[in-house]
Design a protein around this ligand. Structure first.
Ligand code: PLP
Length: 510
């Protein structure tokens, strides 16, 4: 099958290649890219897939979304091998089965065994290799000054910058610049980002707030001249390659959870920008018989409110919660789900019409801060999804409860994002009261990354020690390594642009 991609906001028939989709990130009309068709997998194929390794499964899935003419199968296989060789677990994303051991079938899908101890590694390790692959192919036989390059620029409030850095480090003709607010991220987060010695990596510590950093990055993306010169690339969660790479663990965990039994499976996903759970939606639409996908939000609950009311409305302020990687106002990937809902419920399956509807909704969101959908749209969404909102006190309580009650292994420690998901899972278990359901709760970060929240929940327990029970040796060592960072004295776009260009010269990339 030859696969191509279209924009969610386009009412034209045009489609484009996978390569262009990945390099460009966002469509020029402001929409997101989606595959022109969702490939279908039948029961017989699923049966065959059920015994594959993570890497083998990734290859089978990705082959359906990337045509062989674009990336020959052997190259794709090699890209996948390389991307997951950096993980500490041979299974890449192992499933901790039945952690409570009391017949609840509560399984925790550990997505944090990559180099930065966070789930974003699963996608970003692959994206970095993909960028390099496309560039090397285009640059073959070209003299240095004509070589195409990608300059990745991003802002982070601390949690996600390191995954982008570790994804891009050492990649040929790729550079990465991550802006973060000076003094406003935790020591371990800063250490993770600044101790990467590769020449093509530069962290920029900007005097200002996270919003200042994000505004500068947005302005850089909007700067046509700078873009033309440096081919600025985004690796944020709307990039299609990230969604694609995340599909693998839904299939992989599903097969492990049912192990041949006739049971139903629910996935519960701590959600912010809706990228993680959207991969589960694609898996379901491809034919994986998932009973339901449960969205778990913290008090930044635009998704939960939408699912309950049909109103998609941004609030005025982001609440700072114990699960900061989910502190969002709008959920960027949600647009992709909305497109499918608009097409199937309102446009009788017409792709062109769906693009028009999406356009109207997002114009309204921009001008009025909200839009409202028909109840029929919500009804359709509830076939695939359910949602739960979890508060900070509940998050903390869940970390404690699982620490005390877990059996496999004993004293299992959740990070606060994972705890939001596990709290939501517990609610689902008691609502469903159905022993035929297996619950897969996605664990998105290692607890060591969120020391403050974890210690706050667990320090009252005798015998608990962060150093001993939580902190891996590899992260302990970071504080002894040399830091490489550049201070930017003022949150000013011209100053940041100048700094990037100076650094690119030093990297030999400009
Ligand atoms: C990014 C992130 C999330 C949220 O994932 P989305 O794809 O944005 O929904 C949850 N937990 C952690 C630790 C993250 O880094």
């Amino acid at each position: 099958m030859s696969q191509s991609y279209r924009s969610t906001r386009s009412s034209a028939k045009e489609t484009q290649s996978f390569e262009k989709t990945i390099i460009q990130g966002l469509a020029s009309d402001g929409g997101l890219f989606i595959p022109s068709e969702i490939p279908q997998v039948d029961a017989e194929t699923l049966e065959k897939w059920s015994s594959l390794s993570f890497q083998e499964l990734a290859l089978e899935i990705m082959k359906l979304y990337i045509s062989n003419e674009e990336i020959p199968e052997n190259d794709l296989k090699e890209l996948i091998q390389r991307s997951y060789s950096t993980f500490r677990s041979s299974e890449v994303t192992p499933l901790a089965k039945d952690i409570t051991g009391n017949g609840e079938h509560l399984h925790v899908l550990e997505l944090y065994h990559g180099p930065t101890y966070a789930f974003k590694d699963v996608a970003l390790q692959f994206v970095g290799n993909l960028f390099e692959y496309f560039l090397q192919r285009a640059n073959k036989d070209l003299p240095q000054e004509q070589r195409k390059k990608i300059t990745v620029v991003g802002a982070t409030s601390g949690d996600t910058g390191s995954a982008a850095i570790y994804g891009m480090r050492g990649k040929k003709d790729v550079s990465v610049f991550i802006l973060y607010p000076t003094g406003r991220i935790s020591p371990i987060q800063e250490e993770q980002m600044t101790t990467v010695p590769d020449k093509n990596v530069q962290t920029l510590s900007v005097k200002g707030t996270f919003d200042n950093c994000q505004d500068i990055v947005k302005a850089i993306f909007g700067d046509v001249e700078f873009n033309k010169k440096h081919n600025v690339g985004a690796v944020n969660s709307i990039n299609w390659a990230r969604i694609l790479a995340q599909m693998t663990y839904y299939f992989y965990a599903y097969f492990q959870a049912i192990k041949g039994a006739q049971s139903k499976v629910k996935f519960v996903v701590p959600s912010g920008n809706f990228g993680d759970i959207l991969a589960g939606y694609y898996a379901r639409k491809m034919g994986l018989p998932v009973e339901r996908l449960v969205i778990a939000t913290n008090s930044n609950d635009i998704l939960d409110r939408f699912m309950k009311t049909g109103v998609y409305e941004r609030s005025d302020d982001v609440a700072a919660t114990l699960s900061p990687a989910m502190d969002i106002l709008v959920s960027s990937n949600f647009e992709r789900l909305l497109w499918y809902l608009a097409r199937d419920v309102m446009a009788s399956g017409d792709d062109q019409k769906a693009g028009e509807i999406l356009n109207q909704w997002f114009v309204q969101l921009k001008t009025e801060g909200k839009f409202v959908v028909d109840q029929a749209v919500i009804k359709a969404a509830l076939v695939d999804f359910d949602s739960e909102r979890v508060s900070d006190p509940e998050t903390k309580e869940t970390i404690k409860e699982i620490y005390q009650s877990s059996q496999n292994p004993k004293n299992y420690i959740l990070d606060p994002h994972t705890a939001v998901g596990v709290c939501a899972t517990k609610r689902q278990i008691s609502k469903d009261n159905d022993s035929n359901i297996q619950y897969i709760s996605l664990s998105t970060a290692h607890p060591a990354k969120f020391a403050e929240a974890v210690n706050d929940a667990l320090s009252e327990f005798e015998g608990y020690s962060f150093e001993k029970d939580v902190l891996p040796d590899e992260l302990k060592k970071l504080s002894t390594l040399e830091k490489k960072l550049k201070f930017v004295e003022k949150a000013d776009i011209e100053l940041v642009k100048r700094t990037i260009e100076e650094e690119l010269v030093k990297m030999g990339l400009f």
